[in-house]
Design a protein around this ligand. Sequence first.
Ligand SMILES: Nc1ncnc2c1ncn2[C@@H]1O[C@H](COP(=O)(O)OP(=O)(O)OP(=O)(O)O)[C@@H](O)[C@H]1O
Length: 318
Amino acid sequence: MTQTSEHRPGTRTPVADAPLQGAASSGTGLAADRVRWSVGDRLILDDVDVTAPPGALTGLLGPNGTGKSSLLRLIAGVERPDGGRVALVPRHGGADSAGAGESAAADGAAGADGPSGVGEPEDLLTMRRRRRARTLAFVEQDAASELPVTVFDAVLLGRTPHRSVLAGPTEDDHTIARSALERAGAGDLAAREISTLSGGERQRVHMARALAQQPRVLLLDEPTNHLDVAAQLATMRLVGELAADGVTVLAALHDLSLAAATCDHVVVLAPEPAGHVVAAGPVEEVLVPEVIDPTYGVRTTVLRHPRTGRPVLTFDEQ
Ligand SMILES: Nc1ncnc2c1ncn2[C@@H]1O[C@H](COP(=O)(O)OP(=O)(O)OP(=O)(O)O)[C@@H](O)[C@H]1O
């Protein structure tokens, strides 16, 4: 799959908030190979292959229960797969691998969880927790937020993987957290107790915490859930900007027109048999009736957005 950045809406220029770009410019892709996961005797994901190219927004699509959240949780290390591999794949071997090697050394773990050679894929599943937290951020669907902390302190927690275990947050950490809140459209919520927020407000705060982590890879499970239409557009624009900055984004989405309007690539999971990939590739090739109709059990009409020319999908029952 190749990057098709000209398709992304909104600005494609690198954003001005330098503090949030930190680890984002490395151009690391993500490859999940033959990922298999069962719960009890129920097979949820059956040898699933998903690739998220570096510095691109990849939409993970599929009907309810096809395993999108499960796959994101496995990639994030929340669950362990029964089989398969999840790796960071450098775009340019030299620069990326050098960066990764430095990070491993900073962890005191060089040679243990770092890549073995220049340009080698790096195994995410065996990566040390702390290093993974500096590499990858995950915004879960309806993540619980009952901690008795302010929004600002919750976002500041995103900085934890970047400092030594006993050190408190630095002035830089505060600056990055403030910038992350602003960028996620939640600057005015900083002093609020997180448990008092509405669903949409929480969603922005979770995004801000992920931004404060300065990840190379960002996993989003339904990032527009709970958001009004303006906030949905703002969130997807932000995600597109992050991808333009070099962050590899894999986002589970239900709104196929939103995916068509914003994603560089899409991967569609199908319900039968358990969580397998029916199609993957550029939006124009994958979001077509031949793929969507049998997968979702609908009749799809593909229109064109009058301004962007991108696909707009409408649906009828079969
Ligand atoms: N811990 C678990 N125990 C039992 N079953 C599970 C568990 N986690 C997921 N499942 C099942 O695995 C299947 C895939 O769930 P998952 O949440 O990954 O799907 P999804 O594609 O994200 O769904 P949705 O679009 O509805 O959010 C579902 O049938 C779900 O009930």
